[in-house]
Each structure stands twice: as structure tokens, then as C-alpha cells.
Design a protein around this ligand. Structure first.
Ligand SMILES: Cc1cc2nc3c(=O)[nH]c(=O)nc-3n(C[C@H](O)[C@H](O)[C@H](O)COP(=O)(O)O)c2cc1C
Length: 145
């Protein structure tokens, strides 16, 4: 059994109603739970940044499935790595709406890891995206403790 973490960015479909999308993601989180997939999905500035963790074949199949979803385009793999421990173990899919929930602390995190004030994951390096999401998760844990 190989556990991997896959990160990708994509462009959201223009005019996507985020509320509708959230409803779909509630179902998706349920499916992820059944498949032992964990992760985080960050939406902002018309882009998605998603991390998928789980068994290698399961994550691959899910990624190829998601990449065909017409609600986004230009899926771009940022990284795929074998991992010893999950970064998002407690979330079948933690969703963060960057547009709505951008606090000063989150903004500082983005600037620190990407060198930009704009949420623009398609321009991040694999390392930047990995550490950004990991720190965002840590911040989220502190907030919900
Ligand atoms: C940005 C984005 C992220 C998604 N993430 C997941 C996910 O983590 N798990 C999942 O099951 N579906 C996810 N989906 C939804 C799938 O693309 C798909 O709609 C869902 O798996 C239902 O597939 P089905 O209609 O073939 O049953 C995501 C869609 C988008 C646009």
C-alpha cells in the first residue's frame, strides 16, 4: 500500500455559483470518506487549489475523474509524492473559500509562501503549494480547537 499526496490547481468555470458547488462537495466529502481520501480544497480568485491524500490508485482515479469535471478547466498537477503521514488526516475534504474568509493571518501566510498577495495557485511551485496548504491547515486547527 502506497499513500500519496497529490496537489493540483485549476481555473473555476466562470459564473460558477459557489453555493451550488458547496452542495456538490458535501456529497464528494462523503464519497472521499468511503475511499479513505483526505484533503483540502481552497477556492479563490477564480482558481482552485486541491490536495488529495490516500491510497495511490484511489487518488489517481479520483484525480482523473475530477479533471473531467466541467466546472473547472486547466487542471495542472503541481506535485505527487509518497507520504509517511497525512497533512489533512481529519478532513475528508476541508473547503476554504479564500474570497470570503481571507483574514490578515491568512493573507500573511499567502504572502510568506507565494510572495504574492493574490491567491494564484497556478503560479506556485510544488514546494510553495505544499507548505502553504500545510500551514493553512495548522491555522485552521488552531481556530477550531
Ligand atoms: C474543483 C473540484 C474538486 C472536486 N473534488 C472532489 C473530491 O474531492 N471528491 C469527489 O468525490 N468529487 C470531487 N469533485 C466532484 C467530481 O468531479 C464529481 O462531480 C463527483 O465525484 C461525482 O461524480 P459522478 O457525477 O460521476 O458521480 C470535485 C469537483 C471539482 C470541480
Amino acid at each position: 500500500m502506497h499513500t500519496i499526496r497529490l496537489l493540483y490547481s485549476s481555473d473555476a468555470l466562470e459564473g460558477l455559483r459557489y453555493r451550488d458547488f458547496l452542495t456538490i462537495m458535501e456529497k464528494a466529502a462523503e464519497t472521499n470518506r468511503e475511499r479513505a481520501i483526505t484533503g483540502m480544497l481552497c477556492y479563490g480568485g477564480g482558481q482552485f487549489l486541491q490536495a488529495l491524500e490516500g491510497e495511490r490508485l484511489t487518488v489517481n482515479a479520483l484525480y482523473h475523474h475530477i479533471a473531467k469535471d466541467p466546472r473547472h478547466s486547466n487542471c495542472q498537477l503541481l506535485s505527487v509524492e509518497e507520504i509517511g503521514a497525512r497533512d489533512f488526516a481529519e478532513w475528508s475534504m476541508k473547503i476554504i473559500d479564500w474570497n470570503d474568509a481571507v483574514t490578515a493571518a491568512r493573507q500573511a501566510l499567502l504572502l510568506k509562501h507565494s510572495g504574492s498577495r493574490q491567491f494564484n495557485p497556478s503560479q506556485m511551485t510544488a514546494q510553495q503549494a505544499t507548505v502553504f496548504l500545510r500551514d493553512l491547515a495548522a491555522m485552521e486547527r488552531l481556530l477550531t480547537e
